[in-house]
Design a binder for this molecule. Structure first.
Ligand code: G1P
Length: 295
């Protein structure tokens, strides 16, 4: 019997150097993807998978993220006064009733592993999910975290989302080596952070979605600084492999790297095309634009 996963950790303390100058004063997670900030898309994915507690590991300067997930009474009163019921409901439901938000400040930028460790007291002795909002995954029916939850329930083990990337891109990711497991599932055999292409054990890259058993936290506690002189989550996962199985989820869906300008622009165009109110008009506009550019 697997334990239910209620909590999701969102490491959001990063500087956002790849999106400067847009993110000089604005938290990169608050960049707008069509009609809501990037972080809200990631939170909605977590909620789709049954998460009821959101834990933001944030920086002192990123108050705006906490504000987005807190009630804004003044705005609510004003929308109610103007009779804007639909907008009011949308604003009030960030997050929906019954979902709790917590935040903890990561005092120093010591890496992703350190960020997850900062959430230790809030996570407690429970399995939990980690979502890096820079990586957004779209699937029309089953979100990436929902797909991972299925693997978790089947295997009662930690699960990491992976995707094949071009060999010249492996140095941007954690790269895994796989081992076959019963029923065609894939287990992780080894993992290395940002290898050079010649040394990469495969081209299977970790994207920013993880489910962990409680064993990861004590391992993070003793993980020394690794690549980039930071405490790497990848190194703690490598240590976890010595104690427990870790499974891979080769998810279905399209991933966008919203932490880079190009990835963010692609995501904006494609999320806009799928959007329920503006999608069809935006599609016509794009068709016209493309044919004009071709002429
Ligand atoms: C982090 C992880 C890396 C993972 C990547 C996914 O790297 O350290 O293992 O593949 O997220 O986006 P970062 O993008 O923070 O450099």
């Amino acid at each position: 019997m697997t334990r239910r996963i209620n909590k999701a950790v969102f490491p959001v303390a990063g500087l956002g150097t790849r999106t400067l100058p847009a993110t000089k004063a604005l938290a990169k997670e608050m960049l707008t993807l069509v009609d809501r900030p990037v972080i809200q898309h990631a939170v909605e994915e977590a909620l789709s998978a049954g998460i009821t507690e959101l834990i933001f590991v944030t920086a002192e300067s990123k108050q705006i993220i906490r504000d987005h997930f807190r009630p804004n009474r003044k705005l609510e009163q004003e929308l109610a006064r103007r009779g804007k019921q639909e907008l009011l409901e949308r604003v009030k439901n960030i997050p929906p009733p019954g979902v709790a938000c917590h935040d903890v400040i990561q005092q120093e930028p010591l890496g992703l592993g350190h960020a997850v460790l900062c959430a230790r007291a809030l996570v407690g002795d429970e399995p939990f999910a980690v979502l890096l909002p820079d990586d957004l995954v779209h699937h029309p029916e089953t979100t990436c975290l929902q797909q991972m939850m299925e693997v978790y329930r089947d295997r009662n083990s930690s699960v990491v989302a992976v995707e094949n990337v071009a060999r010249e891109q492996v140095s941007r990711y954690g790269i895994v080596e796989t081992a076959a497991a019963p029923d065609g599932a894939k287990r992780m055999k080894s993992i290395v952070e940002k290898p050079v292409p010649e040394d990469a054990p495969s081209t299977l890259a970790v994207v920013g979605r993880y489910i962990f058993t409680p064993s990861i936290m004590p391992l993070l506690e003793t993980t020394p600084r690794g690549a980039g002189n930071e405490i790497q989550l990848t190194d703690a996962i490598a240590a976890l492999l010595g104690k427990e199985d870790v499974y891979l989820c080769e998810f279905q869906g399209r991933r966008y790297d919203c932490g880079s300008i190009l990835g963010y622009m692609k995501a904006n165009v494609e999320y806009a095309l799928r959007h329920e109110t503006i999608g069809s008009e935006f599609g016509t506009y794009l068709d016209d634009l493309v044919s004009k550019l071709r002429d």
